[in-house]
Design a protein around this ligand. Structure first.
Ligand code: SF4
Length: 694
């Protein structure tokens, strides 16, 4: 119970944390929230919620919320509180000023994967139709952009193939580079239930994750891969599938591109991909690799779930394609219990990409260079747009340091804390002439901003989120926006102040426009969502109630495509000075940069980041549990509390990144995925030494 009294009404909404997208019931009395509970009707959660979602109301009602627009002429000056009109006019003049001095392409925007589909759509429309360029990106750049690339290349659709309930038909579950117990807890419960019913488990991860504890010792397989060698290991699994004749030739013949199969078949059978050849480098015994391949290849239904431990590498896109190759080779696609499924981190990171908040694609993943697609948007929006893709977030930083990109509108994203090599990001933000930040709290990025506009929480606005299973669910306004405007209203006010007519009366009108311009959303409307509760895209005339399983009879691209995935070792190597490999990730109680969870009851349970280190490595350095330790990489250094645990392998350390004072990302490098520029957060060579004891 949040406030006293009997609620007068209840609304169904969607959790604004992770990509599971749990439905929640908000019970309201007057202008106050009385209760927030998981909804039994939720298609993704069936009445469950985790510790993050249950306490999500805490940040919405936190006293540190930004309640009024703030402006300043220079980032060294104190903020001035102003009204919305003055702030919007100031922001518009500042951004136009940068363009007048440096050109149309000198500004851009970052949409939020925490905001709604409608808001992401409006930010990319603002950039394309009003700024006049394609310099738009979102946080998928630093998390799942390789999923978009790899899944589209293999199957033709930049999204997971299944619905969550599909896992109940899986006989084998392969979890690669993901820790759903902490990061996707409600889906982890479904996974555990299926494991207790007898499904087999393979975990590919440098850490021993909680899912393995569901089973009796020895039942699950743990392939404790050395950070940075996923592609090598997955190619070795593929080698075993082919060599031991565990592939499904009927499926390949009927559903896959034959030339790509033959090319991949020959590529994989190179001796350098044999398990015995790779075990030394990837740190997993050949016998274990072969056993994993046999179990995956022999299962009637084998499902793959993966996370940022796959994507956040210099070979992230290759690893996604390597996973897709396994599913194609064994026919594990197109029905319940199988598939390749990214576990998306943020509540609406799937949606932000679906909405075209990326520099190369409009809504529905259609390239800006395709004349006919661009023409349809130009006609609808009444503008002309360039045919070349815009800048990705890392390219914005580079261009800022070169004096070519000097103005930014950043909605609901804390790039100064969350992006790799913080010093580089801070220098880029310092180099910009005008930065507009919109957020619910003062964040690290706002330290470099000239305008800070209040954001609205998920409880204060209408809209939709799209979760990891492509499920579009409503969020419903239970409280008035604390500062008087929801984010979608602010974006369109900025567009109007910059001279473009944008006047939606309600987010449902934005969704209607999205549906008109996006084939995969053609059947989506608020009316349908009210009727069905939620719907999975594609939703169109052929699938008026949406699509639970993709690629059932044919792939979106026609035939499935095998992609060769040569292993290229990361340039981030251990040395005498930096002998350990750091990998980073989330913990159960906190979410991303922690701006929200640090302002909820979750803070009472965990109030700082930790470094997990193997007992052997700890003993060699005189480190005991609870010690303050200095962690240094080639990029920078920070201090964390040590947790001594054998859940990490010797030679590997693990840290979370939820607290700005820890600044874990001062350590991470600028290495990035070859295809999408997704940063390599998961491999950083470090040294650890004791700096004190609490
Ligand atoms: Fe559900 Fe994720 Fe929210 Fe937890 S954080 S309640 S698993 S959506």
């Amino acid at each position: 119970l949040i406030a006293a009294g009997q609620p007068t009404h209840a609304l169904t909404t969607t959790c604004a944390y992770c990509g599971v997208g749990c439905s929640l019931e908000t019970e309201v009395k007057g202008g106050q929230l009385v209760r927030l509970t998981p909804s039994r009707a939720g298609g993704a959660n069936h009445g469950h919620a985790c510790v993050k979602g249950r306490f999500a109301w805490g940040y919405a009602t936190h006293p540190e919320r930004v309640k009024q627009p703030l402006i300043r002429d220079h980032i060294t000056e104190p903020w001035r509180e102003v009204g919305w009109d003055e702030a919007i006019a100031f922001a518009a003049a500042g951004l136009r000023g940068v363009q007048a001095r440096h050109g149309v392409g000198a500004i851009g925007g970052i949409a939020s994967s925490r905001c709604s589909n409608e808001e992401a759509y409006l930010v990319q429309k603002l950039v394309r139709a009003v700024f006049g360029n394609h310099n738009i990106d979102n946080c998928a750049r630093v998390c799942h952009s390789p999923s978009e690339y790899g899944l589209k290349a293999a199957f033709g659709e930049a999204a997971g193939t299944q619905h969550f309930d599909s896992v109940h038909a899986a006989d084998l579950i392969l979890v690669c580079g993901a820790n759903p117990t902490d990061a996707h807890p409600v889906f982890a419960s479904a996974l555990r239930r299926r494991l207790r019913e007898g499904a087999q488990l393979i975990v590919i991860d440098p850490r021993r994750t909680g899912l393995l504890d569901t089973l009796h010792a020895g039942e699950g397989l743990h392939l404790a891969v050395r950070p940075g060698t996923n592609v090598l290991l997955l190619n070795a699994i593929a080698y075993t599938l082919i060599e031991e004749k565990l592939v499904d030739r009927d499926f390949i013949g009927a559903r896959c591109d034959e030339a790509s199969w033959l090319s991949w078949h020959d590529f994989i059978l190179l001796l350098e991909h044999a398990p015995e050849a790779v075990e030394g480098e990837c740190g997993v015994a050949a016998a274990l690799i072969r056993e994993a391949a046999r179990r995956y290849g022999r299962a009637a239904n084998a499902a793959i779930y993966y996370g940022l431990g796959v994507t956040e590498h210099s070979q992230g896109s290759s690893a996604v394609m390597a996973l897709a190759n396994l599913a194609l080779a064994t026919g594990n696609l197109g029905r319940d219990g199988v598939g390749v499924n990214p576990l998306r981190g943020q509540n609406n990171v799937q949606g932000a990409c679906d909405m075209g908040a990326v520099p190369h694609e409009f809504t529905g993943y259609r390239h800006v260079g395709i004349e006919e697609v661009r023409a349809s948007f130009e006609a609808a929006w009444g503008v002309q747009m360039p045919e070349d893709a815009g800048l990705r977030i890392p390219q914005m930083f580079e261009a800022a340091l070169e004096g070519r990109f000097l103005g930014l509108y950043c909605q609901g994203e804390d790039i100064a804390q969350s992006d790799p090599d913080s010093r580089h990001v801070h220098a880029a933000l310092m180099a910009m002439e005008f930065v507009v930040v919109q957020d619910i709290f003062h964040n690290e990025t706002a330290r470099f901003a000239h305008v800070l506009l209040p954001g609205a929480t998920f409880l204060e606005k209408d809209g939709t989120f799209t979760n990891a299973e492509r499920r579009i669910s409503r969020i419903r306004r239970a409280l008035p926006p604390l500062a008087g405007m929801a984010d979608w209203q602010v974006t369109q006010a900025l567009a109007r102040a910059m001279g473009y007519p944008m006047a939606y009366g309600h987010p449902s009108e934005v969704m209607d426009e999205i549906a008109r311009l996006t084939p995969t959303f053609a059947g989506v409307s608020y009316g349908l969502l009210d009727k069905l509760g939620s719907v999975q895209w594609p939703c169109d005339a052929n699938a008026p109630h949406g699509t639970a399983v993709l690629h059932a009879t044919a792939f979106s691209r026609g035939l499935g495509q095998f992609n060769n995935t040569p292993y290229m070792p990361t340039s981030e190597a251990v040395s005498r000075a930096f002998p350990l490999l750091l990998t980073t990730g989330r913990i159960l109680e906190h979410y991303n940069v922690g701006a929200q969870t640090r302002r909820t009851a979750n803070l009472a349970w965990v109030d700082r980041d930790h470094l997990r280190i193997h007992p052997q490595d700890a003993a060699a350095r005189g480190i005991r549990a609870g010690d303050r330790v200095r962690v240094a990489s080639r990029m920078g250094q920070t201090e964390l509390d040590a947790q001594v645990t054998d859940t990490v392998q010797p030679g590997v350390v693990y840290a979370s990144f939820h607290f700005p004072q820890s600044g874990t990302n001062v350590l991470t490098t600028l290495n990035a995925d070859w295809a999408t520029s997704c940063p390599e957060y998961k491999v950083t060579a470090v040294e650890v030494e004791r700096s004190g004891r609490d």
